[in-house]
Design a protein around this ligand. Sequence first.
Ligand code: SF4
Ligand code: SF4
Length: 645
Amino acid sequence: MNKQPRTAVILCTCSGIISEKIDWDAVQAQLAEHPDKPVVTTDELACGAENLEKLAAWLKEHQPERVVVAACSPREHERTFRGLLASAGINPYYLQMINVREQVAWVTADPGEATRKAARLIGAALKRVRHHQPLVERHVPVRTDVAVIGAGPAGIQAALTLARAGRRVTLIEKEPFFGGMPVRFEELFPNLECGPCLLEPGMGELLHGPESEHIELLTLTEVTEVKGSFGNWQLSLRQQPRYVNPELCIGCMVCAAVCPERRENPWNCGGELAAVDGPFVGALPNLPHVDAARCLKLNGQECGACLAECPVEGALDFGDTIRDSVVEAGAIIVATGAEELPVAPPAFAGKDNVFSAYSFERLLAMTGPSGGELVKGDGAAPASLAIVQCAGSFDDAVTYCSGTCCQAALKYAHIAAAKQEGLTVTRLVREQVVAGVNAARLFSHDHSQVVRYGGLGDLTVAETDRGRVIVCGSNGAEVPADMIVLCGPTVPGQGTTQTARLLELGVDDAGFIAPIHALSGSFLSPLKGVYLAGTCRGPGDIREAFASGTAAAGVALSELVEGRDLTVDPQVAVVAAEQCAGCKSCIRVCPYKAISWDDATKTADISDILCRGCGTCVAVCPAGAITAQGFSRAMLRAEIEGVLS
Ligand code: SF4
Ligand code: SF4
């Protein structure tokens, strides 16, 4: 670069906050000797509306090609000063801003030192700004509808919040019903409220309320592929056939009553379903579905009992097929949930009347396999119940506490004791976590025996003349245990693992989807336009599910505004295709999944919408093919040389 571009320097006093440390007159005097001969002005409060007008006039008068502003943090006012340049007819990216308030005036005790440091930073900015290129912001239209994956409490809450704001929502659920886990829990801790009663108003609203016209609920559906980026996602969906026409079926379940074929009920942990049946009493939508693997007719045998008895012609539809479709959405909310890790320690394997927390939950429910009766496998009432907490937690496989199992155990103890007078209830605990006012109340009303144990390996099961007991090896305690509940840890649900893989989202050590920041950004994934709700982010209770569903929907609403285009920051990384060596290193390291492989050109391709300009790919590219616009090597080198010279 032979001829140096004309440069203007604006020095802000910040109403004395900066100038009480930095002597701007001295700096001005130094700049008068600078070889670039910049034009310089000092302003009292450069960000003020009136002063900006005056500065715009001053810039128009001097017509500089580059501008350096020495003021406060770019985070606070870089957009303001870019606007100033634009209003003076100068490309906004010809600006270089230096933070002499936070990084000089506030942290340098000696005014002489502060003045020298400020002058040096301005000198470096003058060297850097020569290399700035004119950049142009791109505006792209965004879709404002949202796809929600998972129709548990978090997904339902997100869908309703969006629909109330008039957004179109596609709510995708892999099961034949919606409501997630809690819709199958008769009482929820800490207040022992009825799970279905708590969820049904929202579920009813979603199916039949005014919001229902904005929500398309797709059950038996999974996402098979996701393409696109913020504002313009395309989700490929595969919906399994229900063999029932939801428009015609009246949900009378006559078909289930006459169906001759039986199968295990996977949702009830006991009991049977007909080949055509509803999953459990109260499941919504109130529709049966046909298990194609068990239906005699679908397997070429003579049947049709359901067809013969169904009171509505066409309600059963054996011509139903798999439906593949593509849904377009501006944002995606992942609410795919968690599940209980099944634990089967050798000491308990093959023993009767040993339950997981979930199967015990269903046993206690009126809609469960025993109609809510607390009975053993032989139909007799138990004399004792042993609830083993932390079963499988704090071990090699699951090192963490799920934070909810203690409350679940207290709930089981309470409900079981209420169902059967005289029942001996013992909780075997390693740690007890009952945080929060309501949880503490549940704890204070607990009348069960408490025995400490040291891990599943510490426990054995023995038959004695007093009946079955669990023996704790570490302390010799013998716990009466006609019925045993092993409360396993909460782990990511299958849908969570699958969705993380599809969207290429990172997971934490436990396999839950890792948010962009665990504290300040727990609803945001690193992918712009993909938000997180519920237990896909880690173990949590229903309160947290409702709250996070609302929060994720709120973020989607604030980012996808009707009529507002997406402004794409041009300060992103770009690949010089002719230099790309095709090693794909950049694709592997980009934390924001902004880089894809272009099969046609055999080069890496960076989406300017997804790129956040972090520079990781620039550093890793062995071919030097990637440049961070606004942070090129030439700019950084010039700035460093300027500071050191
Ligand atoms: S398919 Fe027919 S029989 Fe079965 S629930 Fe629907 S209406 Fe009733
Ligand atoms: S790291 Fe560089 S060379 Fe390798 S694929 Fe990415 S742009 Fe191409």
